[in-house]
Design a protein around this ligand. Structure first.
Ligand SMILES: Cc1cc2nc3c(=O)[nH]c(=O)nc-3n(C[C@H](O)[C@H](O)[C@H](O)COP(=O)(O)O)c2cc1C
Length: 421
């Protein structure tokens, strides 16, 4: 049924049985999956021309459960299905299975467009221009990879997947737990050369060199780590005094400054320098941009912190957007008109991680952001400063405030810093 035209005599049960046999043969024959083409499952029109090609998107076996749909049962497009362009192809996808459906005939798109409501596949024949039998084959294939769902009111999808799963959350969750290729890619992808791991130590012209901090010496005066953790608390009162520049410098140096790791087992020449926080692949793709509001000696604005040089690079952007970032932070904290003394925005250089991690890069960036927020809040707590991590930020305002290209370096999290009264 799935590979080509079906004889007029075949019943739905026969078709289903044949479908099962075909898929079992294919799934049993792992060797054939390795060569790409043979892993495809095709749906053809009565004349044999291709309508839809279904392919796995991972190195694993094709997720394919044909025959579960009784012939001409009403179906409806899954609330998780999407349509997009991939190269020259128009593809259908869903986080419910790790396959992609490549549309080879535009009548398939018309068929799908009719599935906003539950309909019997054969009833779509007139609307899309396919023969009723081809509609049945299409319905069965789409159902087998969960691009369409079964009949209402027993809509299996709504019963199986709680309403709390929004489309983008499920897609993100399902697609970013494991790499697409099934393993971490060691070769750089997309031909992008990563930033060097070695921090850049030089202060460049136009940058503001921050007061030097001997972090190793300063932290000997801290309360023990366990006590700092127990006393850590989110602070949302921004009415205190200005944040002195040397306190900001210390916070940045403590939480982000490179640490020499010579002689540590497992540390390679490439990774002689680490940071106080863990980071996937030791790529340290996320920078901190200081959005200063009331910092002594620092004009309100956005500054990129360069940890190696321990310097701030002023960023050129819209002053209104700088204020917008500060205002949004005060709103997120219920702080009314009081903006935080400084907002530290975590700005990820997206390509630097994506060149290594196939398919899971963005999720790793968010995990790394959590580490950085926690490290900064811990350091602030040890220093007696206030800090509150923020979950919602405006990446468009950030791009305007900094002049950074949002697709190369964008905001993925914030932490507001304050000085207690
Ligand atoms: C990812 C994340 C996002 C957060 N977003 C906000 C926020 O937008 N506004 C806010 O006031 N607090 C925010 N917080 C702080 C939490 O509300 C706070 O950690 C929680 O209430 C526990 O309190 P504690 O940090 O004082 O222990 C966030 C915390 C995390 C980890």
């Amino acid at each position: 049924m799935i590979e080509g035209p079906v004889s007029e005599e075949s019943t739905p049960a026969e078709r289903t049985a044949r479908e099962h046999t075909l898929s079992e043969e294919r799934i049993a024959d792992r060797g054939r999956y390795a060569d790409g083409r043979s892993r495809q499952i095709t749906v053809a029109d009565d004349d044999g021309s291709l309508l839809l090609v279904i392919e796995p998107i991972t190195a694993g076996a094709l997720e394919w459960h044909p025959g579960a749909l009784a012939s001409d049962d009403p179906i409806r497009l899954s609330r998780f299905a999407y349509l997009r362009r991939d190269g020259a192809d128009i593809v259908l996808g869903t986080p419910r299975s790790r396959v992609t459906g490549v549309i080879r005939d535009e009548r398939v798109a018309a068929f799908i467009a009719g599935l906003g409501v539950a309909r019997r596949p054969s009833s779509l024949a007139d609307r899309c221009g396919l023969a009723p039998d081809a509609c049945l084959r299409l319905a069965d294939a789409l159902h087998a990879v969960q691009l369409v769902t079964g009949p209402e009111p027993d809509c299996e999808e709504d019963e199986t997947i709680p309403q709390t799963w929004e489309f983008h959350d499920l897609l993100f969750h399902e697609r970013t737990r494991r790499p697409r290729t099934g393993s971490i890619n060691e070769a750089p992808r997309f031909g992008i050369v990563p930033e060097p791991h070695e921090p850049e130590w030089q202060v460049r012209p136009g940058e503001l060199e921050l007061p030097r901090i001997d972090v190793a010496a300063v932290v000997t005066q801290d309360a023990p780590y366990g006590r700092v953790m127990r006393e850590r608390i989110s602070t949302r009162d921004f009415t205190g005094p200005e944040l002195p520049l040397d306190r900001l410098a210390e916070l940045l140096a403590r939480s982000l400054g490179p640490i020499e790791r010579e002689g540590v087992p497992g540390v390679t020449a490439e990774h002689m320098w680490t940071r106080p926080y863990a980071s996937a692949g030791a790529l340290y793709e996320t920078d901190v941009v200081v959005v200063a509001h009331r910092v002594t000696g620092l004009a309100q604005g956005a500054y990129l912190y360069r940890p190696g040089a321990h310097a701030l690079r002023p960023l050129e952007g819209s002053a209104a957007s700088v204020d917008r970032l500060l205002f949004d932070a005060s709103q997120a904290c219920g702080a009314g008109i009081h903006r935080p003394q400084a907002l530290l925005v975590l700005a990820a250089r997206f390509p630097d991680l994506a060149i290594k991690y196939d398919g899971i890069a963005y999720s790793l960036i968010l995990k790394n952001a959590g580490w950085i927020q926690a490290t900064i809040q811990g350091a602030a707590s040890a220093m007696g400063l206030g800090a509150v991590p923020l979950g919602a930020g405006d990446e468009a305002s950030f791009a305007e405030a900094t002049g950074l290209d949002r697709y190369r370096q964008g905001s993925v999290g914030e932490i507001a810093i304050s000085v207690p009264i």
